[in-house]
Structures are given as C-alpha cells and as structure tokens.
Design a protein around this ligand. Structure first.
Ligand code: FE
Length: 176
C-alpha cells in the first residue's frame, strides 16, 4: 500500500508503510517546517515502548548510551558528520524518518547538523537544564530516543541548528 505526500519546496515523495521514502520529483533543497499530515504518516504511528533489556539487545552499546541514556558522542567522531550524500536520515532506534539531506549543512560543530526535521511531528523538544545551562533537547517522537539538541544559531531560513548525534541516525542513500 502506497500513498504520496508533497513536502512544499522539496519535491514529491512516495512512502510505503515501512517508512521507506522514495523521491519522485525534486524541486528545491530546503523543506518547510510543516508538511501536510497524513493519517498514514509513520510519525503518527503508535509510539514504540521497549524495556531497557530490549533496547540493549537491539542497539549497539554506543547507540544505547546515546539514544537511551542521553550521552553525547565525541565531536568529529560520528560517521555521518561529514556525509554529503543525498538521502534520508532515520532514527537508529525505530527507523522513523527524521531528517532529509537537503536540510543538512556544515556547521563545523562536529556533529551532523540540520536546519529542520523532515516533519515537525517526527521530533519532540524538551527543556534540558543539565551542564549548568539551558538547552533544548530533541528526541524521536516515536521511540523517545535522545537525538541531540537544537540551537538558535543555524542558517536561514529557519535560523535553527539541529545538532544530532551521528549514532542516533541511520542514513539511506537516495537511489539514482
Ligand atoms: Fe525513534
């Protein structure tokens, strides 16, 4: 079963129920913050709840420490920080589409950086007062996995920098 949706300024995509997205027609690189919602959207699927033991069995130790225990990988060590391929970034915990390569930019901060999520409902934001300062943590809306933080120092048009741990993401290269 397939349905299509249109992300304004980006292009037309086809997505199946496993969350696999195929770009049908590309227009511009920068997606809008709010794309039309669909009842079949993977981001409106039921939340994924697993026990600590189940997460440990599913994830690598590094993924577990970051996604489930809110650790941060060392800067410039993540395999996706310098990834410039065209494709989609999914949650390493549950597979939900989180970011599109068109929104990725070189921030120089040492972690994969995006100007906005693939869909606003894909992520949730939480106030984080750890480390003696106020930051906004971002998590996967579906599985609750810790992704990173969002900072107000990104480029136009959003002015936001979603600073995301590479280990929280898996990358699917767009097929030519
Ligand atoms: Fe997730």
């Amino acid at each position: 079963m397939y349905f299509t949706f249109f992300v304004k300024w980006v292009g037309e995509y086809e997505i199946d129920l496993t969350g696999t997205v195929k770009m049908l027609q590309k227009t511009l690189e920068i997606p809008m913050l709010d794309s039309p919602d669909s009842p079949d959207s993977p981001h409106t699927s039921e939340k994924i709840v697993r026990t600590e033991a189940e997460w440990r069995a599913l994830l690598t130790p590094e993924q577990y420490q970051i996604l489930r225990e809110k650790a941060t990988e060392r800067a410039f060590t993540g395999v996706l920080t310098e990834n410039h391929e065209t494709g989609n970034y999914h949650c390493a915990g549950c597979g939900t589409l989180l970011f599109l390569s068109g929104a990725k930019f070189d921030s120089g901060c040492g972690w994969p950086s995006f100007t906005l999520p693939a869909e606003s409902k894909a992520i949730e934001e939480h106030e984080d007062l750890s480390l003696g300062r106020r930051r906004i943590e971002v998590t996967c809306a579906r599985c609750g996995g810790h992704l990173g933080h969002v900072f107000p120092d990104g480029p136009a048009p959003t002015g936001l920098r979603y600073c995301i741990n590479s280990a929280s993401l898996t990358f699917t290269k767009q097929q030519p």
